[in-house]
Design a protein around this ligand. Structure first.
Ligand code: AMP
Ligand code: GLY
Length: 416
């Protein structure tokens, strides 16, 4: 079976690496891919958000199965174009991708199906939003509606910060929409499922670190590291999240005539054993995918294919080893602000098969492998316990020769 993965970050490297281990997976392409992905798949210069171009490639090359990695092609309707032409595709259509693309849509769904989440109000008028905000006080959470690559959320500890965030969103002029939300305290964790209409298969749990610097300080990023499983996601909490949040959401989507097919990633806040929804994403997390793929290996392919084929109800559950994985992101100094690209990176040769460096933002140049993004490498390890996984991951991080890079030294601190 010939497979195309769309995307070119660490998440897609992890997906491609896991798929390549499965004998059912034949020829494997990735668009656009990166220098690390090129070791496991053939990289093609395709615009992943251009459904017509992707479909043309699939028809020309005989692609049997497409997996969409990032959210942007999903929100752009690429899965609709492919499925419409009969290409087996993993990932929701544009209508169901609204669960990530619009925070107000997700709030509406939660309300309709009674899924626990922060109380909220959505505003299109600056004045009304300001009045409401003042009546609520801080702490409070301000969210720009729409895809913002993790940057559209302000958790404001003071009313002044909240007002500034609100002003910044409405500064873009009319058409802005904002969700003002109750601040939830507790511990955050992520739950991943493959869903196909009302049926689902658990894809595991993870926790990530969004702040750039040690001690969860500094600006928000796409994620500086992750580990799996998430200790806070006990069997009871996981079941509560599935039964009170995920299943009602899937049923509501079916009821609306826009069933969800693909990977549903629930960001949860857990307090006193009770999960509440922070947000949905409609794809694997990055860097959460790196730790999940490290633990699942080739099984990820069979599960994704069953989902895309609509046979998830009869697919075998993931056979989890009693193991733990951690990934440490090595980013370009300056990220998530300004940073340099094109710096040569010396990569160590890793002997231990339980340790793997996924490439997030690299490319091949005459001088060697060079940095080509903010988040550049995801140094990932799997072991019997989290501490051993951490030691292996950081042991490998220390062998990366790249003075222009930085990383957090405390990934997993909460669990360790
Ligand atoms: P989101 O993009 O909605 O996941 O928000 C980014 C981050 O902001 C989340 O991972 C949380 O850490 C935080 N956050 C979002 N909404 C809330 C909330 N209602 N209460 C507390 N923290 C929140
Ligand atoms: N690491 C968070 C995300 O992928 O959205």
């Amino acid at each position: 079976m010939n497979v195309l993965v769309l995307g070119g970050g660490g998440r897609e490297h992890a997906i491609v690496w896991a798929f390549a281990q499965n004998p059912t997976c034949g020829k494997l392409w990735c668009a656009p891919g990166n220098a690390g992905i090129a070791q496991d798949a053939e990289c093609v210069a395709l615009n992943a958000e251009d459904g017509t171009a992707v479909l043309e490639f699939c028809q020309r090359e005989g692609v049997d199965f497409v997996v969409v990695g990032p959210e942007a092609p999903l929100a752009a309707g690429v899965a609709d174009v492919l499925r419409g032409a009969g290409v087996t595709t993993l990932g929701p259509g544009q209508d169901a991708a609204m669960l990530e693309a619009s925070k107000s849509f997700t709030k509406e769904i939660c309300e309709a199906c009674d899924a626990p989440t922060a109380a909220s109000r959505t505003f299109e008028d600056h004045g009304e939003a300001r009045d409401w905000l003042e009546s609520q006080g801080a702490p409070i959470v301000i969210k720009a509606d729409g895809l913002a690559a993790g940057k559209g959320v302000t958790v404001a500890e003071t009313l002044e910060d909240a007002q500034a965030a609100l002003d910044a969103i409405f500064a873009d002029g009319p058409g802005a929409r904002v969700v003002i939300e109750e601040f939830m305290s507790g511990e955050e964790a992520s739950l991943f499922v493959l869903a196909d209409g009302e049926d689902l298969l658990l894809l595991g749990t993870a926790q990530d670190h969004k702040r750039a610097h040690d001690g969860d300080a500094g600006p928000n990023t796409g994620g500086m590291g992750a580990y799996s499983p998430a200790p806070v996601m006990t069997a009871e909490v996981t079941e509560a999240a599935v039964e009170t949040i995920i299943r009602p959401t899937l049923r509501e989507m079916v009821k609306r005539g826009t069933p969800f097919q693909g990977i549903l990633f629930a960001g949860l806040m857990i307090e006193n054993g009770k999960p509440r929804l922070v947000e949905y994403n409609v794809r694997l997390g990055d860097p959460e995918a790196q730790v999940l793929a490290m633990r699942m290996g080739a099984q990820l392919f069979d599960a994704c294919l069953a989902c895309a084929n609509g046979t998830i109800a009869s697919a075998p559950a993931i056979n989890w080893a009693d193991d733990h994985a951690m990934t440490v992101v090595v980013a370009a100094k300056g990220y998530p602000g300004e940073y340099r690209k094109g710096e040569v990176i010396g990569l160590p040769r890793l002997e231990d098969p339980g340790t793997k460096i996924f490439h997030a933002g690299t490319k091949k140049a005459d001088t060697g492998i060079v940095s080509n993004g903010g988040r550049v490498l995801n140094v990932t390890a799997r072991a019997d316990d989290l501490k051993a996984a951490r030691d292996a991951a950081y042991g490998a991080v220390e062998r990366v020769d790249w003075p222009g890079g930085f990383y957090r030294t405390d990934i997993g601190w909460r669990a360790l």
